[in-house]
Design a protein around this ligand. Structure first.
Ligand code: PEP
Ligand code: MG
Length: 572
């Protein structure tokens, strides 16, 4: 039995056995063989198992995630049954008397290089498919386990170095009871997705992959960020009790589901949710969300082999807008790819500092062919609800003006094609780069609203990578520098009669909530599961009293000082 401390990423308690998600060692040796027929047979068997596996994965993905996400596996199946790919491997075994591993590796690499060199983007994408399929076949030839999250069909806790957002998207909530990783922080995208899937998670443990073995029983305590490996009977009993208490607490919160969010001194603030897919809207409504404050549209582009079409996007946006009845606001963020969210099929060059690189609006302004498709889909969906559009990672006014000009251009295009578009779409920006927070006054004259993205704003202000647990001590939401930037943005918005929201994780943090209420934040956007605890908390807070602490808080010297002060004033 041992306990490991990590970062609580998604609340709740899970107890189950370990499922390790690790890239297996696929190294092999070159061998001369005597019986090529037998070797071809061995290859054929590996191909057959891979095919059965992929069919099962595809079916699972289709059921849990929809047709779009299943498509990637169809592409893999096509490679497996393509004689132009398979015949040369078989022939090579026979003509060179070599083992199947070598024949597979050499043939696959030849095709990969050939496809990679082509001008056609579709063909270049095939290189990635061949690469993926080859790894699976190789694993079966070598008789090593090729883990696949979509294939899990018993109750487990996933243990991994890290989970990519597309790994996380494949997790089936029915069987995956929790997950824990070596790296990552509360704002890495796998943590954010765990919260929308409502799976307990602890990240940034540094060592869990070496501490826990396959089939060990572990407890994931996503409330306090603890992992207990091979717990005693007594520990299991303690945590089962904690699990029950958490469920009871959820019942108490649920009482406020249909209430507005009103402070003790009768001030209303809006509590809305962050979502990644149209399916997440159910969770928003079940948790009493008053709207959507951030729809991260990049998940529409991920786990696929090609860009989503205008029609696919239109359907997704329309579905979210229609589900949010009573004209509840839906703030959609345009594509924010880059950083820890990759699109392999775009084949972007690797960068030294992806978080400071060619991402989000920077990419969209250069690849306006991609951007315009999204803008058109959004504009067409706008007539189905209360749509607001915001652009991510805006660093200069010029970027905002260019993005808005493209939006207006597409609006005119649609109108001249005889399509309906709403005339009441608010257009805003995410404030997540310090330069923009500093000159928020100038921006406030041109935008309709601000949404403060603290996940990035903190990493850029403190120069601390949000994914790197070694510098997580610098990731300080209550740092007075952050509070001053946030205050600057809110004041700037109000001076121009605009509203200011926050969609970074800070908006759902129980220490930050009283501070933000006092600073006058209008809209708090958070994981759906944080809404009811936040509403319960705000009911007992006086906005006026908290506002009276503003100057004092903004002139404090350290995050600890701020935290201590707020805890004392709000009895936490
Ligand atoms: C943010 O940066 O605060 C934000 C909400 O965007 P993301 O987490 O998707 O980068
Ligand atoms: Mg961001």
């Amino acid at each position: 039995m041992s306990n490991i401390q990590g970062i609580a990423a998604s609340s709740g308690i899970a107890i189950a056995k370990v499922y390790k998600l690790a890239v297996p060692d696929l190294s092999f040796e070159k061998k001369q063989i005597d019986n090529p027929e037998k070797e071809v047979e061995r290859l054929n068997q590996a191909l057959e198992i891979s095919k059965q596996e992929l069919e099962k994965i595809k079916e699972n993905a289709r059921k849990t995630l929809g047709d779009e996400h299943a498509e990637i596996f169809s592409a893999h199946l096509l490679v497996l049954s393509d004689p132009e790919m398979i015949n040369p491997i078989q022939e090579k075994i026979k003509s060179d008397n070599i083992n199947a591993e070598v024949a597979l590796d050499e043939t696959a690499n030849m095709f990969i290089d050939m496809f990679k060199a082509m001008d056609n983007e579709y063909m270049r994408e095939r290189a990635a498919d061949i690469q993926d399929v080859t790894k699976r076949i190789m694993a079966h030839l070598l008789n090593v386990t090729f883990p696949n999250p979509a294939l899990i069909d018993e109750e487990v806790i996933v243990v991994a170095e890290d989970l990519t957002p597309s790994d996380t998207a494949q997790l089936n909530k029915q069987f995956v009871k929790g997950f824990t990783t070596n790296i990552g922080g509360r704002t890495s995208h796998s943590a954010i997705m765990a919260r929308s899937l409502e799976i307990p998670a602890v990240v940034g443990t540094k060592t869990i992959t070496s501490d826990a073995n396959k089939d060990d029983i572990i407890i994931v305590d996503g409330i306090d960020g603890q992992i207990i490996i091979n717990p005693s009977e007594q520990e299991i009993a303690t945590y089962k009790k904690k699990q029950e208490e958490f469920e009871e607490q959820k019942q108490v919160w649920a009482k406020l589901k249909d209430e507005p969010t009103i402070s003790a001194d009768n001030e209303h603030v809006e509590l809305v949710a962050n979502i990644g897919t149209p399916e997440d809207v159910t969770g928003v409504l079940n948790n009493g969300g008053e709207g959507v404050g951030l729809y991260r549209t990049e998940f529409l582009y991920m786990g696929k082999t090609e860009l989503p079409t205008e029609e696919e996007q239109f359907e997704a946006y329309k579905s979210v807008l229609e589900q949010m009845d009573d004209n509840k606001p839906v703030v959609v963020r345009t594509l924010d790819i880059g950083g820890d969210k990759e699109l392999s099929y775009l084949k972007l060059p690797e960068e030294m500092n992806p978080f400071l690189g060619f991402r989000a609006i920077r990419l969209c302004l250069e690849r306006d062919d991609i951007f315009r498709v999204q803008l058109r889909a959004l504009l067409r969906a706008s007539i189905y609800g209360n749509l607001k559009i915001m652009f991510p990672m805006i660093a200069t006014l010029d970027e905002f003006r260019q993005a808005k000009a493209l939006l207006l251009e597409e609006k005119e295009n649609l109108k001249s094609e005889g399509k309906d578009v709403s005339d009441d779409i608010e257009v805003g920006i995410m404030v997540e780069i310090p330069s923009t927070a500093v000159i928020a006054r100038q921006f406030a004259k041109e935008v309709d609203f601000f949404s403060i993205g603290t996940n990035d704003l903190i990493q850029y202000t403190m120069a601390a990578d949000r994914m790197n647990e070694r510098v997580s001590y610098l990731y300080q939401p209550y740092h007075p520098a952050i509070l001053n930037l946030v205050n600057n943005v809110i004041e700037a918005a109000h001076a121009e009669g605009k509203w200011a929201g926050m969609c970074g994780e800070m908006a759902g943090d129980s220490i930050a909530i009283p501070i933000l209420l006092g600073l006058g934040l209008d809209e708090f956007s958070m994981s759906a599961t944080s809404i009811l605890p936040a509403r319960t908390q705000i009911k007992d807070l006086s906005k006026k009293e908290l506002a009276s602490y503003k100057d004092q808080l903004l002139s404090m010297s350290t995050a600890d000082e701020v935290e201590e002060f707020i805890k004392e004033k709000t009895n936490q």
